[in-house]
Ligand binder design. Structure first.
Ligand SMILES: Nc1ncnc2c1ncn2[C@@H]1O[C@H](COP(=O)(O)OP(=O)(O)OP(=O)(O)O)[C@@H](O)[C@H]1O
Ligand SMILES: [Mg+2]
Length: 614
């Protein structure tokens, strides 16, 4: 696969388009939003009522001395608090549920998208990167969205309620408090932006530290052989120092912001105390009313400071949101047409009753293909393969062998010309139809997490345990699997370290054979496999090839001696073809390749023999 490039997600500005994609998942969960907003409204109203009640209590009970209704006041206050607690419980629960639903909805959608995307998508993005991003990003965004909903709902209601309350009680004092709002808002936005910048910087450096750790651990052996420890240490110290500086900057800004914000609020309170104090003395307002203004100030300023926080949160999640939205809206280069889907079904609802049985004849008809415009890999390529024919592809690296088999698998489609399966353009049938009857073994066999048994069963999900074991026996994997401590139940992830590449390959052969494919593709990279495993793999391949059309890319030419036809591929063209015998007799390119490898092997063997002799 080509060099993996990760798109740079800047996430500098909040982009409504990105958020629309993500928030659209909330549409089906609108009930939660209503509960959360309703809860916020009730909380805002109760907060206002509590402030008003304190005002009445001070004026009513303290000044008049009439405490007859005091028990009633206590009961009402308690009642309001109980209602508030009840609503808090309900809307916190709703936010929690919203978070859970949203994240599972978004995850499912992203997972489905990734499954339907074509190979070319994965050329542009590394899979590991995608997986880690998707898991982390989705949690982060859905958590943020759900909980900021509460803050927003409550904040807006608190501000509206306090404004109404203030104007009802005394509009002059209300204006003093309101004057402080723009100041506080500007200050908060100004500082939050800077805090955010340094936090982002911290995260960026943090990921550099993680990758340094990663390299330090995984590359420990290489570092030792290259005596790189001192250099590594210097690099690492550099990164940690920048981290310390970034953290310090964020903390410093934070520590300037908090007292400044408090100062503005205190100034407003001070102004209210001066003006209100005069008014009390001149009996324009009561002490209770003055107290109300001091209370209500807090109720109004807190959400304003919080809004700046919410804004910062959205901005800090922007990059994550872009990454997720990108996956959610990614278009596959390879799509079945509407007619094909109507007849053959799609990935989720295949209509197998309409699938023709596949014979396995493959034909390239004047196929041209390129990954990048202007750099053709295949030009007017023709190839006709009978059903059941075993074809081997050999040739120099970069010649186009993998490209040819990727086209057969429809991981990519021809840019010009056609590929016919059983005489019909494969685009006239669904991708799933082809892929369900196609066995593909990659050079770096990928085992999924789960037991070895499950891994083999991925080939055909309804296979019984006996069938799984029979498949393993057929390819000669049974013996070593049984020797593992937990046998077929060994976890392929953890056990992956216990198995050699060759053994993993045998497992992927078992997985391929259990599906009983009509077309089998093996793209093998040069790998140092010991002669015993090589013999086993050879035997497994021979078993696999029986009665199937096959395309084998083998770097060990001894593996393909029995192929019906060997194609020598160079610069996207077939430069020679025939059986092993014919090509050897011809003494051309194949002969050259074969003899080179033969001599190299002889030298290796002699060196090994010498080493053993020592
Ligand atoms: N995903 C890709 N994106 C862009 N270019 C690619 C991609 N895969 C292959 N190529 C280019 O296409 C050409 C053919 O590559 P291909 O992988 O088919 O060769 P190959 O014969 O399989 O080589 P090898 O023996 O090394 O596996 C090469 O020039 C390669 O650089
Ligand atoms: Mg290749």
């Amino acid at each position: 696969m080509s060099a993996i490039k990760e798109k740079d997600y800047q996430g500098q500005h909040i982009d409504p388009h990105t958020w629309k994609t993500i928030l659209s998942f909330g549409r089906s969960r609108w009930k939660y939003f209503i509960v959360i907003a309703g809860g916020g409204m009730v909380a805002g109203i109760i907060d206002l009522l509590m402030s008003l009640m304190s005002m009445w209590a001070i004026d009513g009970f303290m000044y008049s001395g009439n405490t007859e209704k005091f028990p009633l006041f206590i009961i009402a206050a308690l009642g309001l608090q109980v209602i508030l607690a009840g609503f808090t419980l309900i809307y916190c629960r709703s936010a929690g549920s919203l978070e859970a639903h949203l994240s599972s909805d978004v995850r499912r959608a992203a997972y489905l998208r990734l499954q339907t995307l074509s190979f070319s998508y994965y050329d542009k993005s590394s899979v590991g990167y995608l997986i880690s991003r998707l898991t982390n990003d989705i949690s982060r965004i859905t958590e943020m969205v759900s909980w900021t909903c509460i803050d927003l709902g409550w904040g807006v209601m608190a501000i509206i309620a306090s404004l109404i309350g203030m104007f009802i009680v005394n509009w002059r004092l209300a204006l003093i408090n309101i004057a402080a709002i723009p100041l506080l808002a500007l200050l908060s936005v100004f500082f939050q932006k800077r805090i955010l910048r340094y936090q982002r910087e911290t995260r960026r450096i943090n990921s550099m530290i993680t990758s340094s750790f990663n390299e330090g651990i995984t590359g420990a052996k290489t570092s030792k052989t290259l005596v790189r420890e001192a250099l590594n240490d210097k690099e690492f110290t550099g990164v940690t120092t920048s981290m310390k500086q970034a953290v310090m900057r964020a903390v410093t800004i934070q520590s300037i912001y908090l007292p400044l914000a408090s100062l503005i609020i205190s100034l407003a309170t001070g102004a209210i105390l001066i003006k209100g104090g005069h008014d009390v003395l001149s009996a324009f307002i009561t002490v209770g009313q003055l107290n109300f203004f001091i209370n209500i100030g807090n109720m109004m300023f807190e959400p304003i400071r919080n809004f700046a926080n919410i804004f910062a949160e959205f901005q800090s999640c922007q990059a994550a949101a872009e990454r997720v939205a990108d996956v959610l809206t990614a278009e596959s280069d390879i799509e079945d047409t509407a007619e094909v889907v109507a007849k053959y079904g799609d990935m989720l609802r295949p209509r197998e009753e309409n699938w023709e049985p596949i014979e396995g004849a493959v034909e390239f008809k004047d196929v041209s293909f390129w990954y990048k415009e202007g750099e053709p890999v295949l030009q007017h390529f023709d190839l006709k393969v009978r059903r059941g024919e075993n074809v081997a592809l050999v040739g120099e690296t970069g010649g186009g062998k993998s490209t040819i088999v990727n086209l057969i698998c429809r991981f990519y489609e021809p840019k010009e010309g056609q590929i016919l399966i059983d005489g019909k353009d494969y685009r006239e049938r669904s991708q799933l139809w082809l892929q369900s009857k196609l066995g593909y073994v990659l050079h770096t066999p990928h085992l999924f997490s789960g037991s070895i048994r499950e891994n083999i069963r991925y080939g055909r999900l309804d296979a019984t345990d006996e069938e799984v074991e029979a498949a393993a026996k057929l390819v000669g994997a049974d013996e070593f699997i049984r020797k593992l401590e937990k046998g077929y139940d060994t976890d392929a992830g953890e056990g992956g370290n216990l198995m050699s590449t060759g053994q993993k390959q045998l497992i992927s052969f078992a997985r391929a054979i259990i599906a009983d494919p009509k077309i089998f593709v093996l793209d093998e990279a040069t790998s140092s496999i010991d002669t015993e495993t090589e013999r086993q793999i050879q035997a497994a391949v021979d078993t696999l090839l029986r009665d199937r059309t096959s395309f084998i890319i083998a770097h060990r030419l001894s593996t393909i001696r029995n192929a019906d036809r060997i194609l020598v591929i160079d610069a996207g063209r077939i430069v020679e073809q025939g059986s092993h015998k014919e090509l050897m007799a011809k003494k051309g390119r194949y002969y050259e390749l074969y003899m080179n490898q033969f001599h190299a092997d002889k030298i290796d063997e002699s060196v090994a023999a010498l080493n053993e002799g020592v």
